[in-house]
Ligand binder design. Structure first.
Ligand code: ZN
Ligand code: MN
Length: 474
C-alpha cells in the first residue's frame, strides 16, 4: 500500500523596513499609539492619491536578486478587492499579472532547492484589536510595504518549511531590508497544503492563513496533514478552503467571510503608472548585493578554519559575523575569537535583538588586542579569560583592564627572573629532577605560577625551566 505524502507551498509576507510607507510619507515603525501613523492615503480616504515609494521597489528588487529571480524592469500595481474592516478602502494595492520578480530559488542547508515562483510588492492592512468585547481598528500598519514571496509546491515536510523560513529570514536580514521579527508580525506565512498517495494524482489543497511563529506553522501543518489523511482514508473529499490555525486548540478551522480568488476582481491600479525600474538600476543593485549567508558560511569555514557548527552560529546575524571577522583577522588561531564570541560574549546578551545588534562592551578591536597578547604568550589563557570578563562588565580597554587589575603581562625578562628564583629556592626538587624524576618539575612550575599570580604562560615557563635545569646539570 502506498504511503500518503504531503505537498506544500508557501506564501511569505515580509514587511520592508523602509523609512516611510508604500504610498505616503507616514513613518514605518512597529507599535506606537494606535492611529497616529496614518493619513488620508493609507486610510483610503476618497480622493486621496498614492505615490509609489521607490525605496520599497529597490528593496523588493534586492530580495529578488538575492533569490536568483529575474527582476522585471516593468511591473504593475493592481487592485485586489475585498471587504474587511482592517482595509478601509476595500481594496489592497498589490501586484497581480505583472509582478516585479519571477523564477528564483533558495537552497536549503540539506542541499534541496526550493523554487521561487514570484515576488510581488503590496501594501499591508491595519490591525484589529479585540478589547473587552469590542473590536477596535489600528491603521498604523496600513500601507506598510510588504513583499510576498511565493514558492513552488516543493515542500514535503514541516521541517523543510522551517529550514526555508530560517534561511529566508537570514537572507532578508543580510540584505537589511527587513528585521523579519515573527513575533512582531514582520514575517507571516500562508501554507498551501495537499495530501496524496505517492504515485497518484495530486490532492485538493487547503490554505492555512497568516501564521507568525515557526512552532505554530509546524503544528498547523502536522494537524492539517493528519486531518486530510484521515478524510482520504475514509474516502471523503478534501474541500478546497481557507483555514485559520487556532493556537489554543492546535486545530485548523475554516475562515468565515472569505471570498474565492475569482472574486478579487483584480484590475490595474488606475492611480499609479506602471512600475519602471531601469536595467542599469537593476545592475547597480546587483553590484551592491552583500555577501549572502551561504557564501559567508563557506568562506568562514575555509578562511578561518572554523568547524561548520561554529560558523553557522556566527553567520546567523550579520553583525555577529562582522564582529568575529574584525576580532579574528590576522590571528594564528582565529578559533579563539569564535570561542570568545560564542561563549562569554554571547552570554552577556539578554535576548535575540541584543545578539543581532552585537554591541558588547568589549569592542572587536579590543578583543583582537587581547587575543594578540594571548598568542604572543604575554598572557596566560586563564588571565585572558578573566580580563575579557572584566572588559565585558566594565567596558574598559585591554590596557586599562590589565593595568587596573595589576594583571600586566609578564615580560620575558620577568618570567626568566621568576624561573631562576624558583630554581634557586627549590634545591630538593631540582635534585630530584636531575636524578631523572621528571615530575619534580611540576613543583617548581607551580611555584612560578603562584609567584606570578597566574600571569605566567605555563608552556613557556616549562620550556624556560627545562632549559635552566638541563644547563645547570652540565
Ligand atoms: Zn499615510
Ligand atoms: Mn498577499
Amino acid at each position: 500500500m502506498n504511503e500518503y505524502e504531503l505537498i506544500a507551498g508557501l506564501e511569505t509576507h515580509v514587511e520592508l523596513s523602509t523609512r516611510t510607507k508604500l504610498f505616503c510619507g507616514c513613518p514605518v515603525a512597529f507599535g506606537g499609539e494606535p492611529n497616529t501613523r496614518c493619513c488620508p492615503v493609507c486610510t483610503g480616504a476618497p480622493g486621496a492619491l498614492p505615490t509609489l515609494n521607490r525605496e520599497a521597489v529597490r528593496y523588493a528588487a534586492l530580495a529578488g536578486l538575492a533569490l536568483g529571480c529575474t527582476v522585471h524592469p516593468i511591473s504593475q500595481m493592481a487592485r485586489k478587492h475585498y471587504t474587511y474592516p482592517d482595509l478601509a478602502k476595500a481594496y489592497q494595492i498589490t501586484q497581480a499579472e505583472f509582478p516585479l520578480c519571477t523564477g528564483g530559488s533558495l537552497l536549503l542547508p540539506s542541499g534541496k532547492k526550493i523554487g521561487i515562483e514570484r515576488i510581488h510588492i503590496e501594501e499591508d492592512a491595519g490591525k484589529l484589536l479585540h478589547r473587552e468585547g469590542s473590536i477596535l481598528i489600528d491603521y498604523n500598519r496600513g500601507g506598510v510595504p510588504l513583499i510576498e514571496i511565493v514558492t513552488c509546491p516543493d515542500f514535503r515536510s514541516a521541517d523543510e518549511v522551517g529550514e526555508y523560513l530560517e534561511q529566508l529570514q537570514l537572507i532578508m536580514r543580510y540584505l537589511k531590508i527587513s528585521d523579519c521579527k515573527m513575533q512582531e508580525g514582520s514575517l507571516r506565512c500562508d501554507v498551501n497544503l495537499s495530501v496524496h498517495k505517492k504515485g497518484e494524482p495530486l490532492g485538493t489543497r487547503t490554505e492555512i492563513k497568516n501564521m507568525n511563529s515557526f512552532s505554530y506553522i509546524k503544528k498547523a501543518m502536522a494537524y492539517e496533514f493528519e486531518r486530510q489523511k484521515s478524510l482520504l482514508s475514509q474516502g471523503k473529499p478534501v474541500v478546497q478552503e481557507t483555514l485559520r490555525f487556532d493556537e489554543q486548540t492546535g486545530w485548523t478551522h475554516p475562515m468565515r467571510n472569505k471570498e474565492e480568488a475569482g472574486d478579487y476582481r483584480y484590475f490595474p491600479e488606475p492611480d499609479l503608472p506602471p512600475v519602471y525600474l531601469p536595467e542599469d538600476e537593476i545592475d547597480a543593485l546587483r553590484q551592491c548585493l552583500p555577501e549572502l549567508p551561504s557564501a559567508r558560511l563557506e568562506r568562514l569555514c575555509r578562511e578561518y578554519r572554523l568547524p561548520e557548527t561554529d560558523a553557522r552560529q556566527l553567520i546567523k546575524y550579520r553583525n555577529v559575523a562582522d564582529y568575529f571577522e574584525k576580532a579574528a583577522h590576522g590571528l594564528h588561531n582565529p578559533r579563539q575569537a569564535a570561542n570568545s564570541l560564542l561563549g562569554p560574549i554571547f552570554a552577556c546578551f539578554a535576548n535575540e535583538s541584543e545578539k543581532e545588534a552585537c554591541r558588547p562592551k568589549c569592542s572587536a578591536a579590543e578583543l583582537h588586542k587581547l587575543l594578540i597578547l594571548l598568542e604572543e604568550r604575554r598572557l596566560s589563557l586563564p588571565m585572558a579569560k578573566s580580563a575579557l570578563q572584566t572588559m565585558l562588565e566594565t567596558g574598559r580597554s585591554v590596557a586599562e583592564t590589565l593595568g587596573n587589575q595589576n594583571l600586566r603581562p609578564l615580560s620575558p625578562e620577568e618570567l626568566s627572573t621568576l624561573c631562576r628564583r624558583a630554581v634557586e629556592n627549590s634545591p630538593a626538587a631540582v635534585q630530584d629532577y636531575q636524578n631523572g624524576k621528571e615530575k619534580a618539575l611540576r613543583a617548581i612550575l607551580g611555584a612560578v605560577m603562584r609567584e606570578s599570580r597566574g600571569r605566567a604562560d605555563a608552556q613557556e615557563c616549562e620550556r624556560l625551566l627545562k632549559d635552566l635545569l638541563d644547563h645547570k646539570g652540565n
